[in-house]
Design a binder for this molecule. Structure first.
Ligand SMILES: Cc1cc2nc3c(=O)[nH]c(=O)nc-3n(C[C@H](O)[C@H](O)[C@H](O)COP(=O)(O)OP(=O)(O)OC[C@H]3O[C@@H](n4cnc5c(N)ncnc54)[C@H](O)[C@@H]3O)c2cc1C
Length: 479
């Protein structure tokens, strides 16, 4: 096995992450940016570098040139901008860390609100933290861990902003126990599309609370969040187990999920470097000093190729930051900045093996690149309560993600993958599966209506109430 591949595998990564372009190759905005009327508010920067930096995202398939960038110092700055935008009918998109795929934080000829400067971590208590929405999960994690505390659900990659994951859900290896990050939000401060500064929670403006969490940035810009915390474990023992095929992997995943053997459970189908696949279960047990897990009990009765198993002990911090090694590897190979046409979905538990198996049979290792993967693992749905988070309506569903990391910066190939994503999504939807809205292909307003199903009337009504001018977050093409 090449050493880079080994490093990725041993980093214990269960990437849950994800692009497309239009017509020919990468979509670029041909329109010249209008700097003419209406005059911009004084604190909006017209700096060419700032505008260029916010004209693309991690996916690098879509390009939209904003006319200006606001770096707000306070929610009042954002409210002032939104009232100006409302008067002039100018579109606005918040930008956290720009790790969306397919232009979701971009706005052609509008204003990008770069949340990066609103990143203070304000008040850490035993059970909660108040944090500005532009902070990264990494900064929040480090600050809370210094108090022995952690958010219950961490994404695999912590370089995402609080506001950016609240807009989509925020799934992680502990989601079977604790749901999405949006399920662990206690309260939010929001600037709505019509420029009002409102607080919301389950009891205060609950319609806004339920429309902002996983609401794709359609109703407001989150400025501050109160998030649940719990005591952080000291250590993590990570078990990477390998299987000969998909059915034996998913059979053991189902078993350990039902029995609650692991505190974190993920898994993936990985290119084996010879045109085939390897099947990996990735489980982790948390423990403290003097209470190390009994490996024999953890592994008893499982059908993995035991001689290939990798068992590693890490501090909780090392484990949570492990994706950083993979990021550094991809950066060193120039692959972090290639187009990334990811597809993220959930399959029904009742047909996951068949649907995943059929799709896998039509793919080769090239489909995800040498460092990519197909994330496959089951989740218990009972901890998921955010109204706009969509999952198949079954007790067990399967994460099924094509983490495509092309080895080259080939726009036409990335375009083909985005087209293939659409076809795969249609098959998955036909089989009762659901999109995780971080994926590289175009969605129409009708697609979103079908996606949100029973949540659609709620989101449509909240849009009418809080962003009647349809100014916010045009990149998803929801309305
Ligand atoms: C390497 C990598 C790993 C990932 N791993 C995971 C993972 O483990 N689990 C997971 O769930 N997702 C994962 N993702 C997907 C990620 O959660 C989403 O793409 C997320 O939206 C990106 O957050 P960001 O801060 O970079 O947001 P941006 O790309 O800046 O914004 C994302 C969307 O949120 C909106 N937005 C940003 N800030 C705010 C705000 N304050 N208020 C309202 N709307 C706002 C934007 O307008 C945009 O529509 C991963 C992505 C990458 C690239």
């Amino acid at each position: 096995m090449p050493s880079d591949r080994r490093m990725f595998l041993s980093a214990g990564l269960g990437v849950t992450a994800a692009l497309a372009s239009r017509a020919s190759g990468l979509t670029t905005s041909a329109q010249a940016v209008s700097l003419e009327s209406p005059p911009l508010p004084g604190d909006v920067s017209l700096d060419a570098d700032a505008r260029a930096a916010t004209a693309h995202d991690f996916g690098r398939l879509i390009h939209r040139q904003p006319r200006g960038v606001l770096r707000p110092a306070s929610s009042t700055d954002i409210a002032t901008l939104m009232r100006w935008a409302k008067d002039h009918g100018v579109k606005v998109a918040a930008r956290g860390q720009g790790h969306s795929i397919y232009g979701r934080a971009l706005v052609e000829n509008g204003i990008v609100v770069d949340m990066g400067a609103m990143n203070s971590i304000r008040d850490i208590k035993a059970d909660r933290v108040v944090v500005d929405a532009g902070a990264t999960w990494r900064d929040l994690f480090e600050a809370t861990l210094a108090h022995g505390l952690t958010p219950p659900v961490l994404t695999n990659y912590l370089g995402l902003s609080i506001g950016g994951t609240i807009a989509v859900g925020g799934i992680g290896a502990a989601s079977s126990r604790h749901g999405m990050q949006t399920d662990n939000v206690i309260a939010l401060d929001v600037v709505t599309g019509d420029g009002n500064e409102l607080s919301c929670s389950a009891t205060e403006n609950p319609d806004l609370f339920d429309s902002v969490r996983a609401g794709l940035g359609q109703c407001g810009i989150v400025t501050r969040a109160t998030l649940r915390l719990e005591r952080a474990p000291e250590r993590i023992r990570r078990f990477q187990l390998f299987y000969r095929d998909l059915p034996s992997l998913t059979a053991d995943q189902r078993r350990v999920l039902t029995e609650g053997r692991f505190d974190q459970l993920q898994g993936a189908v990985l290119p084996d470097g010879r045109g085939g696949w390897r099947y990996q279960l990735d489980g982790a047990v948390s423990y403290g000093s003097g209470s190390a897990p009994d490996d024999r009990a953890v592994l008893s009765g499982l059908s993995d190729e035991r001689s290939a198993a990798v068992i590693a002990d890490l501090t909780y911090r090392e484990d949570a930051l492990a994706f950083g090694k993979f990021e550094n590897l991809l950066r060193s190979k120039g692959q972090w900045s290639n187009p990334q046409p990811w597809l993220l979905t959930f399959l029904r538990g009742s047909n996951a093996e068949r649907v995943a198996g059929d799709i896998l049979a039509g793919l080769t290792g090239d489909a995800v690149g040498p460092f990519g993967r197909i994330t496959v693992y089951p989740l218990l749905t009972r901890a998921f309560r955010t109204p706009l988070v969509r999952l198949p309506a079954e007790d067990v569903v399967f994460v099924f993600n094509l983490i495509r990391i092309p080895a080259s910066n080939d726009a036409a190939a990335a375009e083909r993958m985005a087209t293939e994503n659409r076809a795969l999504y249609d098959r998955i939807r036909e089989a009762g599966g659901v999109l995780y809205p971080v994926s590289a292909f175009a969605m129409s307003p009708f697609d979103w209506e079908v996606h949100f199903t029973s949540g659609w009337p709620q989101l449509r009504e909240a849009k009418r109430r809080y962003d009647p001018g349809h100014l916010l977050t045009p990149g998803y093409n929801v309305f």
